[in-house]
Design a protein around this ligand. Sequence first.
Ligand code: PEP
Ligand code: MN
Length: 474
Amino acid sequence: MAERNTAWAPDSWKTKPIKQDVVYDDANELDTVLTRVAHMPPLVSSPEIDRLRRQLRDVAEGRAFLLQGGDCAESFDYCNPHAIEDKLKVLLQMSLVLVWGMRLPVVRIARMAGQYAKPRSSPLEKTSDGRTVMSYRGDNVNSIDPENRRPDPQRLLSAYFHSAATVNYVRLLLAAGFADLHKPEAWDLGYVRNKDIRREYQNIVNRLTDSLKFMDVIGATDTSLPSLNTVDLYMSHEALLLDYEQALTRPVLKPTAASGKRSSYYEPATPPREPLAPELCDWYNLSTHFIWIGDRTRQLNGAHVEYFRGVKNPVGVKVGPTMEPEELARVLDILDPLLEPGRVTLITRYGAGKIDQFLPAHIAAVQKTEHRPVWCCDPCHGNTTTAPSGHKTRSFDAIMNEITANMQIHQKLGSRLSGIHLELTGEHVTECTGGSQELSHSDLPSNYQTFCDPRLNYEQSLDIAFKIAKDFEA
Ligand code: PEP
Ligand code: MN
């Protein structure tokens, strides 16, 4: 681990080998854009990030559950009121069902307001007419249109503004009481085909809304169960484009530096109002609350792990079948040297058919260390298949099976599954099969919208929450 003893800086990742890098043809233009981003105000604050750190500690120690979800890739077009409202609604409703079923507070993190960059398995792809073009790398790099795949630095600036508009609208909705889902009318269960299942779901919603009303009447909601009425919703994205992440990484005075308190505002990094001595500062990525490293960029000696180890934000690491147990312990040593419970969230994604083979050794490797990460199940990425029509899809049953197997394996080994990470949308798309709507392969073309991975729709997402809640109640 000698290589990790060197000092960290927001740009020390540049000394390490990088995967999934984007090569721009105009370095000056890139520099100009990054300088502008580095002058922009932050999108979130360090006290918000600190609050999430405390809440993830609760998750790691079994006092709360984590729900993380959103699109595989956000498009700039998704920055519109309806798409944002729909996403918020499904995440909040799912979390209420989970709170109800588990009797635990739920920490909500959206894949939103910055989930633009995508890692790709190949840098090039074939168009429908047989030409080879650069792969689409996400709206902050190039266009989905095959005629327009040149990486354009201006898109980074555009990503900043789209993130800002999205965060702003989410804050506005929450402040305006959008989180008030006490009204049964907010729950439309008409989609559930099977009458018995619909009755069961309706019964949960009735009990849930009744108890919310009761707590309102006795005035209990303000204090005793804050997660039921005051809503925290955090933002997250895969921090893939490190130039951009660096430009929004800002120093914040350490709590002990001045009067025992952390400054309640960030200090602009470029240019500093007054120079901050590095030893007095912590570094926060103020583009979002939570960032994660993808399964393709988590090399121990790579640029991404180097960047992640130095920021105060809580961080996620995707863990797939190619992660060696020993490597998992090492990655935790690097990212969590202070042994803070919940500092790292391990987001496991094996596939329903592979989880039995890989998860037990990963749990055992972590149990041998003193790290206490959040164990979170991503049941989506290992369960992607291609339908006969050529659509990339996922089956609801495979997703549910991976979640159930994940819970059982943890339980058997004296560990705990403490969160789920889903690719979902609040809209009525047809990208995954199954669920209470009983979507089949032949339904996929009717409203298939994603230009990246297939997402659970509103109905399938609620189904997942109801099923988990029922499992816990049972
Ligand atoms: C993703 O979360 O969209 C993703 C690319 O996941 P992974 O890194 O696990 O493949
Ligand atoms: Mn994805």
